[in-house]
Design a protein around this ligand. Sequence first.
Ligand code: AMP
Ligand code: TRP
Length: 332
Amino acid sequence: MDRIFSGIQPSGNLHLGNYLGAMKNWVDLQHDYECIFCMVDMHAITVWQDPAELRATTRELAAGMIAAGIDPKKNILFNQSQVSAHAELAWVFNCVARMGWLNRMTQFKEKAGKNRENVSVGLFAYPCLMAADILIYKATHVPVGEDQKQHLELTRDVAQKFNNDFGKEVFPLPEPLIFGAGTRVMSLRDGEKKMSKSDPSDYARINMTDDADAIALKIRKAKTDPNPLPDAVAGLEGRPEASNLLGIYGALTGKSLEAAVAECAGMAFSDFKGRLADAAVAKLAPINAEMARLRQDPAYIDGILKDGAQKAAALAKPVLDEVYEAVGFLRP
Ligand code: AMP
Ligand code: TRP
């Protein structure tokens, strides 16, 4: 049985990049797989988080996922810290993984920068926790962005070394599910920069909380070039803003880039932007409204996360038992 695990860090300011790059893919996957979706609050605290804000963004992310269409009855949706088996398995993996493996992680090098002596130990060990997230459920497939591929390879290395060291095939080697190219959403102000929650200009991104007017205004103000839209994908070469806006249009309307280009061939940006704004509002307005409704009902969200955590813990328990048995922990 194929089982998906994916994690996302709770952080504020969900935007169109998060939606098209992560959440929407998850929504699509739930039809074909047994899915476990986890808000990884324990990963979040590898860098400083304001406690009240962490709680709020965890709820906000859960609301966003439910509003985007993740069915909490069909899937398991919870926050990581509620299931202690993640931390317990991560400790065992800290003792399986080698310093040299973690030293090679590019995300750690980027995040630590010149500050290596002063970042948390958790930031360094982060990939072991991620491996534990996945393997505690013996997940077979992990949807991740390009930037997480290296961590998934480490997860496979940890699984393999564990199986070898203890002479038992406890863990499967999980496969990445990398989503297609159209999922990298770029800034509305600069087609060569990723749309990001940390961009100082709010006009660079469409937030999941933006209303129809704000969405239309941001698209109207989006950077373009002076030429009409091309009639073939090849004509997007060297036109990052046109590529980005057409990519967004395709992703929002469920069309391939080829189909989006064909549909909008020769259009002036001013006309195309109207069409794009309509598509964005049609997709995001219902999500936005549902998020607003859920925000009024934190007890409902908390109930879903608690229920999800109970189901997750029940799946994790026998795997942790198997691991502790293999390792030789005495459990009278
Ligand atoms: P972040 O908030 O940057 O940690 O990202 C959370 C999730 O959204 C990750 O799975 C990212 O890959 C995805 N994501 C964030 N920004 C973008 C973007 N501009 N385009 C596509 N996916 C994105
Ligand atoms: N490290 C991932 C990120 O920053 C989040 C994450 C944590 C994750 N555990 C995971 C993703 C397990 C996939 C599977 O985006």
